[in-house]
Design a protein around this ligand. Sequence first.
Ligand code: SF4
Length: 464
Amino acid sequence: MAAVRTEMDLESQVKSLMAQAAGDAEGRGAGGQLPRHLREYVDGQRDRSALDPINIRQLIVPGAGNRRIFRILLTNACQYSCDYCPMRAQRSLPRHALEPEKLARLFMTAFRKGWCDGLFVTSGIPRSPVWAMDRILELVEILRVKMGYRGYLHVKALAGAEPGQVERLVRLVDRVSYNLESACADTLATHAPEKTLEAGLAALRTVKKAVEAAEAAERGNASRAGSSGTSTSRSTQSGTSMGRARKPSPARPGTASSATMPARSVLRAGATTQFVVGLGKETDRDLLTFTDRLLKEKLIHHPQFSAFRPIRETPMAGRAETPALREHRLYQADHLVRDYGFKTEELPFGADGSLPLDTDPKLQWALIHPELFPVELRTASREELRRVPGFGPVSVERFLAARSRVSGIDLPTLKKLGVVVSRAAGFITWCGRTLGNRFRQAALFDSVNAFPQKTYEFSPGTFR
Ligand code: SF4
């Protein structure tokens, strides 16, 4: 096991552990690029102070709205040596570990000052998975029970954690992630031999069962309270796994206090899992077919994709990085399945199982289905509208509400309703008249970026 440095001051340790837990701007921008401030940091061109909000990330949390998340590793020490990982034991890297109590106090200070609304915490696996998971649970229980924190908590369940630990975690946090890393058992055996797909799926099933059990218990409590005529609040009904009720969270000036947040339901933000895209030979079709299976089994709320980056001093340092645009296309395709009613098998995979990089998958699907276009806006159903490039679930609803009130529709009106008219142009008609010119679509295609061989110090998004 790598030695953990203890002499470093707290600020330096926090700086390191926050930087190494950096997010990767999930989904990135339209060109699949990291935002500039994060790119400069990853490329080593920029230094930052410990509490610089590099890791305070905006996130839409189901049931709680927009949240700024404080991201940190409890420790970057690990006994394992996954080939792709910047924290692998066999890599020279200053190792740090925070005491759970210290991190809890640090986070609560930032929370009370109004710098963040929630915490994401992950960890390497020093000593043993059970020991490392116990440290995370200690942190979570200090926050929830001792400090009465009721705000957003996203915590990683570690590979090798015991089912009982995962169950405890589920009852205390808003989101759990368990990173499967790959959809292929052989890829994992080659690059992360301590992890197996089977164990990962078992952990996600434990999460699902724990949520179901906790929800059944809550329903039982509610019906008992109802039949005895008492009106017990939900927050006092749902005690922690340690059997104690949570105190209301302290308010802080200038932001919505967590006391005003909706009552916590069990794991209200669900479970997620991450795949390292390009780790093995899995194609986009393989990844999306696999995630579809996880979604249908209700094991995850959504998948996360992290493009492989070769890290200095790792066995994969010489491998080409996965284009960030591929990660972006996977997120777009996943949204088509989860939010737009597409089936995975309908996605526009090429013969080699890849999504095209130069066109977004919805536009590509429309281009290879000329028989379905143009769509007549006057009569189109909700489902048909959702498949038109430039229309999203929100703009479709706005359009349907407006349609019955207007006698005519043009592109400027559609734009006001939130339609990306440059994408919809040429795919729609109103009373048989085509709106816009489809040939202009060609100018919208994102160009494929060139990716020169490069190695990185660490890879944002590795730890989610
Ligand atoms: S991926 Fe996780 S288990 Fe593997 S070396 Fe990195 S921190 Fe350790």
